[in-house]
Design a protein around this ligand. Structure first.
Ligand code: NAD
Length: 271
């Protein structure tokens, strides 16, 4: 898999013998994360409700297993975690990454919209944790969970209230479960990305705009560091933070939200 220059030295991290589950791993941040975990030696299971044929070759080269799973279903999540645990007898790493956007104002939001967003962004992470934790507590080694939240999970935004509320809830879920399961040596953290280029989520937002270039410039301008570098955030820049959080270097890090958003959640950027 191609990497941006200046990335972490993967040889320094060894996940061999560990099993990692990445939801929403068919594209974007999840795909990059799955690739990095596998390059560091983990046995990775990618779960997505929309698998892409283009991943077959690179995933098989890295020994990444792909499974169809709709994370909105507790039953499918339980089957996924039971399967992943059957590979070595336990689960070491879970990345709750599957997520959907919802750009609508309150008067336009239907109950179905609300459920679609909350079932994917919040309920799935909760039940993913529930069934992974069963397999992380099978011995005293514990495990590590990373939830992929958003800058909207730190500071809500005006254009997508339901998405913002769902990601704020995911941030709360992260802290709450971190508190509950430290005793089990299970760490629960979150990454909070800003606009990440090359993801299906951001591409669909750009596609809906009248001008592609103007939409990209608007996304960049919302994050001061992205503006300074003249580009959006890269999927590898999120994956590297996940790698750190699930590594033994972060053994005392739990309940943390790491913003990788170019400063978007700090406040109003300079005009
Ligand atoms: P993406 O659309 O490329 O990836 C999301 C993946 O989740 C897709 O492969 C999709 O098929 C999968 N998915 C969605 N619903 C699912 C379901 N019910 N069951 C199984 N799989 C499902 O976009 P991405 O940006 O890589 O998204 C990953 C995460 O990053 C999401 O949680 C998103 O909210 C978060 N995020 C993205 C950005 C960004 O700018 N792209 C910014 C902040 C946060």
């Amino acid at each position: 898999m191609k990497r941006r220059r200046g990335t972490v030295n993967m040889n320094a991290i060894d996940f061999s013998g560990r099993v990692a589950v990445v939801t929403g791993g068919a594209s974007g941040i999840g795909r990059a994360t799955a690739g990095m975990l596998a390059e560091c030696g983990a046995k990775v299971v990618v779960a997505d409700y929309s698998l892409l044929g283009e991943n077959d070759e690179p995933f098989s080269e890295l020994g990444i297993e792909q499974r169809v799973c709709d994370v909105r279903s507790e039953r499918e999540l339980r089957n996924l975690m039971d399967h992943a645990a059957s590979l070595t007898g336990r689960i070491d790493i879970l990345v709750n990454n599957a997520g959907v956007g919802m750009v609508k104002q309150i008067n336009e939001v239907t109950e179905e919209d609300w459920n679609a967003c909350f079932d994917t962004n919040v309920k799935a992470a909760f039940f993913g944790c529930k069934h992974a934790i069963r397999h992380m507590t099978s011995d005293a080694r514990g495990g590590s969970i990373v939830n992929v939240s958003s800058n909207a999970g730190i500071l809500p935004r005006a254009h997508d209230p339901v998405y913002s509320i769902s990601k704020l809830a995911l941030s709360g879920l992260t802290k709450s479960l971190a508190l509950c399961h430290s005793k089990d040596r299970i760490r629960v953290n979150a990454v909070c990305p800003g606009p990440v280029g090359g993801t299906r989520m951001i591409e669909s937002e750009i596609d809906m705009a009248e001008s592609r270039d103007a939409a990209i410039q608007r996304l960049i301008a919302a994050s001061p560091a992205a503006m300074a570098h003249g580009r959006m955030i890269d999927v590898d820049e999120i994956a590297q933070a996940v790698l750190y959080l699930v590594s033994d270097a972060a053994i005392m890090v739990t309940g943390t939200l790491i913003a990788i958003d170019g400063g978007k959640s700090l406040g109003v950027p300079p005009q």
